[in-house]
Design a protein around this ligand. Structure first.
Ligand code: ZN
Length: 240
């Protein structure tokens, strides 16, 4: 039997402290609700938040983390560049990264994408229908043809990201917009998955299909025990 995957759920954990509605939906913080979904799947799950020393992401913690999940919104600028650099290097070295909802504007996601990651948005409690557009992908395992959320914030195209390696979900909103809401990337040896739903005033991370996506995404993003890359000046393997 192999050791369980070590996952860290990172959350800036600010809305929960200042908005009673958010606190009532996520009493232990968004990170605890997500961690609960992952613990049910037998991962070894820890959490980390912005206000901890080094945001809870010391080199030691990151070195032993297989997959990092990131939720942030109002305090992206408070995340230290040193920690961002540390996470970036771990992703290039093979750690999986799952970026949720408003973390499209996080320093780490913009660094990995190299674009503005800007988008359209509207807060009107709209229904969201996420179509599974790549049904054979591991992140779609166990899902139906689509997922419906009865109330969510709208995100609309253009979403200023590089074209995903694989697009797993495409969202539709009643106002007419669409959005690439499940985007897979490879960066170095690491895998990155952006997943759109999860505005803090809706119970999105309590919904079963959303929890299934997060579990699937952790499995997909887990590091692979492949060869370490070799760079620089090199001797020929055959006589020249
Ligand atoms: Zn939001």
């Amino acid at each position: 039997m192999t050791a369980p995957l070590r996952v860290i759920v990172w959350n800036e954990h600010r809305h929960e402290k200042i908005n009673p509605l958010v606190a009532s939906i996520y009493p232990g913080g968004i990170h605890e609700t997500i961690a609960g979904a992952l613990r049910e799947a037998d991962f070894q799950v820890g959490t980390a938040t912005l206000d901890e020393p080094e945001h809870g992401l010391s080199q030691e913690v990151l070195s032993s983390t297989a997959v990092l999940i990131w939720w942030g919104h109002m305090a992206h600028h408070e995340v230290s560049d040193e920690v961002v650099e540390r996470v970036y290097r771990r992703v290039l070295d093979g750690m999986g990264l799952i970026v949720l909802h408003s973390a499209h504007f996080s320093k780490i996601f913009r660094r990995l994408m190299g674009t503005s990651c800007d988008l359209k948005w509207r807060e009107a409690g709209e229904k969201e229908r996420l179509w599974v557009v790549e049904p054979g992908h591991p992140i779609a395992a166990g899902l139906g043809e689509y997922i419906e959320l009865q109330g969510e914030e709208m995100y609309g195209e253009r979403f200023d990201i590089p074209t995903p390696d694989t697009l797993v979900f495409l969202s539709w909103f009643p106002g007419g917009e669409v959005f690439r809401s499940g985007c897979c990337y490879q960066r170095g040896r690491g895998k990155v998955f952006y997943f759109r739903p999860g505005h803090e005033t809706y119970p999105t991370y309590h919904q079963l299909q959303i929890r299934q996506v997060l579990v699937n995404a952790v499995r997909w993003a887990a590091p692979v025990d492949g060869p370490s890359p070799v760079f620089g000046n090199t001797q020929p393997l055959e006589p020249l």
